[in-house]
Design a binder for this molecule. Structure first.
Ligand code: MRU
Length: 327
């Protein structure tokens, strides 16, 4: 099942705020519906946001076919609905580049963004599973953070796609899914996906990760990214940096799996990225709260980045640079 798709003239999503209690498909027929779904995390995860951005512009092209000013405002709202994952603005801009050619051309490009993410997920699953076998040997115990499965992409996913592929190969012992406070993408969504796939897993509180690594209960950390900077700094869900420090201290591989659409050559390093502040209400109703939604993991803590086109061994000093065949 696809997390997000274009169905009969509208965008359909699995509403991730309703999981795991309910598998609910929502139909988004206007740009306002789509922007609200992005902001509330009904659709979330970097690759899925890229597709949402592109399909959102396809909606805008139809909804405001005769009003270019309103259409431009709508495109800007889509692009900026969330700031941190590079995929959202990138997907929206790719589709918007075809606005002059009419709504059908925009939709064609948006569907190409969707199809490329599906292909990228499949490529990462194979490439990433091969690397994990090379680095960890037979049947590793993996720790993952946030949700990087099909729910965060269109199908398959990034880091969790690799986990699924290892499981299919009989090459995985089990997974620790950190719960991912405050919105519990790990405890709600990753746990739900792993259960569907029959992968053995346990959920741990976020602060338990480094301790489990130190105690020898984890062989590697594998997770996704919302943006990979030109120097290899990794922007991902808050808590990622702490897991990278834990992995370094325990001498474990720290593997980032993300499509090339998440690699941002225009952003030099993590300091240049706007980290989404989601407001205190998600953390507590009775005191002020700091709630940065993402953090920056310095490139020197990352063993390797796996994309759909290459493995970049940061531990061997390989630069991120453009993938072969791109400018
Ligand atoms: O706030 P979210 O749930 O959109 O954050 C998602 C993440 O941080 C994921 O780890 C990242 O997008 C990789 S998704 C394959």
């Amino acid at each position: 099942m696809r997390t997000i798709d274009w169905v009969d003239g509208a965008v359909e999503i699995i509403d991730q705020t309703a999981l795991p209690a309910e598998l609910c498909v929502r139909r988004l027929t206007t740009v306002a519906d789509l922007v609200a779904a992005i902001r509330s995390l009904a659709v979330r995860g970097a690759p899925a946001l890229g597709v949402a951005g592109a399909l959102g512009v396809a909606l805008a092209a139809r909804q405001f076919a005769d009003d270019p000013d309103a259409r431009a405002v709508a495109v800007r709202e889509i692009e900026t609905a969330r700031p941190t994952a590079v995929n959202l603005a990138r997907g929206a801009r790719r589709a918007a580049a075809h606005l002059a050619d009419g709504p059908d051309a925009v939709l064609r490009e948006a569907c190409a963004v969707r199809d490329e993410e599906i292909a990228a997920s499949e490529a990462m699953a194979t490439r990433g599973a091969d690397l994990m076998v090379e680095l960890c040997g037979a049947r590793p115990r993996l720790l993952t953070h946030c949700n990087t499965g099909g729910l965060a992409a269109v199908t398959v996913g990034t880091a969790l796609g690799v986990v699924g592929e290892l499981h299919r190969r009989g090459a995985l012992s089990g997974v620790v899914a950190s719960e991912t406070r405050p919105l519990l993408q790990g405890a709600r969504l990753t746990a739900w996906e792993l259960q569907q796939w029959g992968v053995p897993f346990r959920v741990a509180v976020d602060s338990a990760g480094p301790f489990l690594m130190a105690r020898g209960e984890v062989d590697a950390v594998i997770l996704g990214a919302d943006r990979i900077c030109a120097n290899g700094d990794v922007i991902n869900k808050i808590g990622t940096y702490a897991h990278a420090l834990g992995a370094r201290r325990a001498g474990l591989p720290f593997i980032v799996v993300a499509p090339e659409s998440t690699v941002d050559h225009d952003t030099p390093d993590g300091a240049a990225v706007e980290i989404e502040d989601r407001g205190g209400a998600e953390v507590t109703a009775f005191a002020d709260a700091a709630n940065p939604a993402f953090d920056v993991t310095p490139h020197d803590l990352v063993t390797a980045i796996v994309t759909d086109r290459r493995v970049i061994r940061l531990d061997r000093g390989e630069p991120v640079g453009p993938a072969r065949g791109t400018s």
